[in-house]
Ligand binder design. Structure first.
Ligand code: GLU
Length: 469
């Protein structure tokens, strides 16, 4: 087993939003496959025909694409493989590890009652019947599970988990209508997809015991198991709506970058020493499934915001300009033709304080406004103060004559101007900023001037000068 190339997979059910826990499971499977030079696969578990929808399948594709965790091969759809599942059951019947159970619904009910009273699991009398006794009536196919001994899961995260076989019933593999059941389908698919490591949420730990018995019944080697603890909310309870967000799309809509999410999710249950910020390459190099911790991880918004701010500060301004454009569009903010150039120019000056791309978008509004600027009352008052306007007229001349349009030069121009006028910069700053931004949040003076560019800055100052009449 150990020298086979690693194959991991995620197997989400397409029944709604893509939960952040599924994203973390995908990430750990992806990291482990990359770390070992193996493959990461995707299987859509769409056998619940009533709950599975095409939209939810698309949500999974979109979520994985956004996260940058695309599978290495075309996805497998479980429902399309029902004939293979049935073939696996035939194989088990011929091996004697499964049997046809002809109990009627009434008989099953009576057995359930008896089993409950005796404190044991349900056992069918057909378990040991001869196939020659088969009546002509509907049947299910059940696993002929061992009743003695133990089934041991050597879990990479949970350690050694022991199940007593007497507590595991003969689970149904094929229903009366001939459709395969969940655990059977998972085993048949994982085997045929060549999955070597099943890394998934620990809500499936019990299934691992049942699936191990199916593997044994088929004479197949079970995969290596790794069951990840759930993600909890900041208060330690299971993550739910009231914790703010739980779907991947919600995090995207709230302005988190996929690389920040990857870094953050990697830290939910795994880590490399005290490293808080690391690249994908580093995570791939370091990641080992054995280092995942068994205790539930808690979502920590402050940490996520800190990471997102880091990646916003690192990102290519042109890429951020595209993201910010989409945000402005979704808010129906009027954009002019050269908004991308304006945003690319302004983003480096405003991104340091932005925790999300939504905040980044807010911080760019001042630069996107067209003239005449929509002045706030306070800004209009500051910018039209006669004493200030008098100064502004002179400052405009100095700025127009600036030998270069960059932060150090313009800081120098402003400082020299204040000195010559015999006032502190504090006397000029608020009015100048109001004139440049109309009162919308804007960076420091030289930053505002540079991010707007010379022509736009001077045009805005002229507009303010005209406020004085
Ligand atoms: N379809 C299962 C789920 O969405 C996952 C099964 C598995 O990973 O084995 O929870």
């Amino acid at each position: 087993m150990s020298d086979k190339p690693v194959v991991t997979r995620i197997a989400p059910s397409p029944t709604g939003a893509m939960h952040i826990g599924t994203a973390r499971t995908a990430l750990f499977n992806w990291l482990y496959a990359r770390h070992t030079g193996g493959k990461f696969l995707l299987r859509i578990e769409d056998t619940d025909r009533e709950r599975s929808t095409a939209e939810a399948v698309q949500v999974i594709f979109d979520g994985l694409a956004w996260l940058g965790l695309e599978a290495d091969e075309t996805p497998v759809f479980q429902a399309a493989r029902a004939d293979r599942h049935a073939r696996a059951v035939e194989e088990m019947l011929s091996r004697g590890s499964a049997y046809r159970d002809y109990m009627t619904p009434d008989e099953l009910e009576a057995e359930r009652t008896a089993a409950r009273a005796e404190g044991r699991v349900v056992r069918s009398p057909w378990r040991n019947a001869s196939p020659n006794d088969a009546p002509d009536r509907p049947f299910v196919v059940r696993l002929k599970a061992p009743v003695l001994g133990e089934t041991v899961i050597d879990d990479q995260v949970k350690g050694r988990v022991v199940f007593h076989n007497k507590d595991l019933d003969d689970l149904i593999l094929l229903r009366t209508d001939g459709t395969p059941t969940y655990n059977l389908a998972v085993v048949a698919d994982d085997h045929e997809m060549g999955v070597t490591h099943v890394i998934r949420g620990d809500d499936h730990l019990n299934n691992a015991a049942r699936q191990t018995l199916i593997y044994e019944g088929l004479g197949w080697t079970p995969p290596i198991w790794a069951h990840l603890p759930l993600i909890h909310g900041p208060d330690g309870t299971k993550l739910s709506k009231r914790h703010g967000a739980q779907a991947v799309s919600e995090f995207a809509d709230m302005g988190y970058l996929p690389e920040a999410m990857r870094n953050y999710l990697a830290k939910l249950g795994w880590g490399h020493g005290d490293d808080e910020i690391f690249s994908d390459e580093q995570a791939v190099g370091w990641f080992d499934i054995k280092d995942v911790v068994g205790a539930p991880a808690r979502l920590d918004w402050a940490k996520l915001n800190h990471l997102n701010n880091h990646y916003i500060r690192e990102a290519d301004p042109a890429r951020l300009a595209g993201l910010v454009t989409a945000i402005h569009r979704s808010r129906d903010f009027p954009l002019h033709d050269d908004h991308l150039a304006v945003l690319t120019q302004v983003i480096p000056f405003v991104r340091d304080g932005a925790k999300t791309t939504l905040e980044l978008a807010d911080a760019t509004v001042f630069a996107l406004h067209r003239r005449p600027l929509p002045f706030t009352d306070k800004a209009r008052e500051l910018a039209s103060n006669p004493e200030f306007l008098d100064r502004l007229r002179r400052l405009r001349e100095d700025l127009a004559a600036a030998p270069a349009w960059n932060v150090p030069t313009l800081e120098g121009v402003n400082r020299a101007f204040a000195e010559r006028e015999g006032v502190g910069l504090g006397k000029i700053g608020p009015g100048l900023r109001a004139a440049l931004s109309g009162g919308a949040p804007a960076p420091d003076l030289a930053g505002a001037l540079v991010s707007l560019g010379k022509d736009e800055s001077l045009a805005r100052l002229d507009e303010a000068l005209s406020l004085g009449g």
